[in-house]
Design a protein around this ligand. Structure first.
Ligand SMILES: [Zn+2]
Ligand SMILES: [Zn+2]
Length: 273
């Protein structure tokens, strides 16, 4: 049945700000105050499902990352909430759900492709799909897997979607009440930084290669997670997926450490002594 989800329109951002706030140091309060007001209005409207459809939230975090909260009501079912943060356009598409009977059946029939990360506990619990599995796998480092697990376990999420420009989780409103949203937004902000693949110019190679990022926006080796500046003497880049890592990390892993990439012959920078 189409139109099952009644997607609620973002109802304006006109949340009145009490006073003007200046300075980057104080801007963090803005989110909290606005979010606090929104949370209170949702709490008041919760008894009346209809009113939720008129409520939506959009703001920006201290670091400039945008945040959305909106509601969906599938048919006459319970209200659902979607909390999302903006990401850069370069993130891989990825859908995560708890692995259920339907997913297992689909897999057995060969109808669905589930990304395996190699983390058995994680792979057993979650069903992951991506139209760009190689990129999806690259993002799924330990820290992101932990963030995903936390979103489902602690915040009652039953779905997580990553697509260019947005990372969001969905949950029944009852399972993910307004009091938890601030913490959930913090988790999503952290996770969003982890999936933003960063371009980096590597000394001795033409053009840019790709590296992992972290929650603070620094560039890192996808394997050992140490910081990468691009001018180190010991870097190599995968000729297949263009990911740059430490030569030692490449050797230790026995090839490209990006999950799912079978790159074997790395590019080595031309370095002058
Ligand atoms: Zn490394
Ligand atoms: Zn590779």
């Amino acid at each position: 049945m189409s139109g099952l989800l009644l997607l609620v329109v973002l109802a304006g951002l006109g949340v009145a700000l009490a006073g003007s706030v200046g300075g980057a140091r104080r801007r963090g309060f803005r989110l909290h105050r606005r979010l606090g007001a929104f949370v209170r209005s949702v709490e008041r409207a919760r008894a009346d499902d209809e009113r939720l459809t008129d409520l939506a939230y959009q703001s920006a975090l201290r670091n400039g990352r945008r945040v959305w909260i909106r509601f969906e009501r599938p048919g006459r079912g319970p209200a659902r909430v979607r909390v999302a943060v903006a990401t850069c356009r370069e993130v891989p598409p990825l859908r995560v759900r708890l692995e259920g009977a339907l997913e297992r059946l689909g897999k057995r029939l060969g109808r669905r492709e589930d990304i395996q990360t190699g983390d058995d506990a994680f792979d057993e619990r979650f069903f992951l799909e991506s139209s760009r599995p190689l990129d999806g796998r690259r993002a799924l480092g330990r820290e992101l897997r932990r963030s995903i697990d936390e979103a489902f376990r602690r915040f009652g999420a039953d779905g997580l979607q990553l697509r260019p420009g947005e990372l969001g989780v969905e949950a029944d409103l009852a399972a993910c009440p307004p009091a938890r949203w601030r913490e959930l937004i913090r988790l999503l902000d952290h996770a969003a930084a982890l999936v933003e693949v960063k371009p980096l110019r590597i000394r001795g190679l033409d053009g840019e290669r790709e590296v992992a990022g972290d929650a603070e926006g620094r560039t890192r080796c996808v394997y050992c997670r140490d910081g990468l500046a691009g001018d180190e003497d010991d870097l190599v880049a995968c000729e297949r997926c263009r990911t740059a890592v430490h030569a030692e990390c490449w050797e230790e892993h026995g090839g490209c450490p990006v999950l799912g990439c079978d790159g074997r012959a790395p590019e080595r920078p031309r370095l002058r002594a």
